[in-house]
Design a protein around this ligand. Structure first.
Ligand SMILES: [Zn+2]
Length: 242
């Protein structure tokens, strides 16, 4: 078995990725105009994003890493600089392309089944975190007001944003379901492609369960939104990776 520990450069790359994903998401919700109009509030807004979405991102990647190590592979998080910059660029258009990097697995003896289980561990972790945030929403709700959310707030009601108020845990639950659904798209190099290659029925079951959860927690419209994302990524993946 290889080392469980994180190397220093890996910690640096994870930290940069979490900062970037939180910043990109902040820009998606505040808009460039909101960020410039209320820079101090924007900085405070990044804290709940790191806690709910940054943690969802780190723990998702660490779930892949730990399962891969369990199977005797070496696994390292590697930042993807182009993807990170692309994510920041698209955030100005209100789109979060949540792929600043990924865990790379170094082994020549990982089976399709093991690779599928390593891959599904990430989205599964997001579901666990979603349940945790739903529990927190009932036990210790946190509401924070941000002026810039008032400008666009009504658009984000399904994500726990309304009247300029962010319901932190409800937002965290919605975003973790989104992270899981995004990653389960069966287009290379997303997790879904490896789960699909391992077992189509498990993929269908997992996506079906996630869509039901998404419809309940966010809105039924998420099913159509995910379907459109699926088509887009299947086309993009074909164009980029053949
Ligand atoms: Zn993943």
């Amino acid at each position: 078995m290889y080392g469980l520990y994180l190397e220093k450069d890996e910690v640096v790359q994870i930290t940069i990725s979490v900062a970037a994903i939180s910043l990109a998401l902040g820009i998606v919700f505040a808009g460039a105009d909101g960020m410039l109009a209320y820079p101090r509030e924007f900085l405070f807004f990044l804290a709940p994003l790191v806690v709910t979405v940054g943690s969802g991102f780190i723990l998702h990647e660490m779930a892949h890493k730990l399962v891969a190590i369990y199977y005797g592979a070496q696994a390292k998080f590697r930042m993807w600089t182009q993807g990170l910059l692309f994510m920041l660029a698209t955030s100005f258009f209100g789109i979060l392309f949540a792929a600043p990097g990924a865990v790379y697995i170094y082994s020549n003896k990982i089976s399709k089944r093991q690779n599928g289980i390593i891959s599904i561990a990430g989205p599964a972790l997001n579901v666990v975190l979603m349940l945790f945030f739903i529990a927190l929403e009932f036990l210790a709700p946190i509401r924070q007001f941000f002026s810039f959310l008032l400008l666009s707030g009504s658009d984000f009601a399904p994500f726990g944003i309304g009247g300029g108020v962010l319901s932190v845990w409800r937002f965290g639950a919605a975003m973790n379901i989104m992270l899981a659904l995004f990653n389960m798209i069966p287009a290379f190099p997303l997790d879904g492609s490896k789960v699909f290659a391992w077992n189509k029925f498990i993929w269908i079951g997992a996506v079906g369960a996630l869509l039901v959860l998404g419809a309940l927690i966010i809105s039924p419209g998420i099913v159509i939104g995910w379907g459109m994302m699926l088509l887009l990524f299947l086309v993009l993946s074909k164009l980029l990776f053949g």
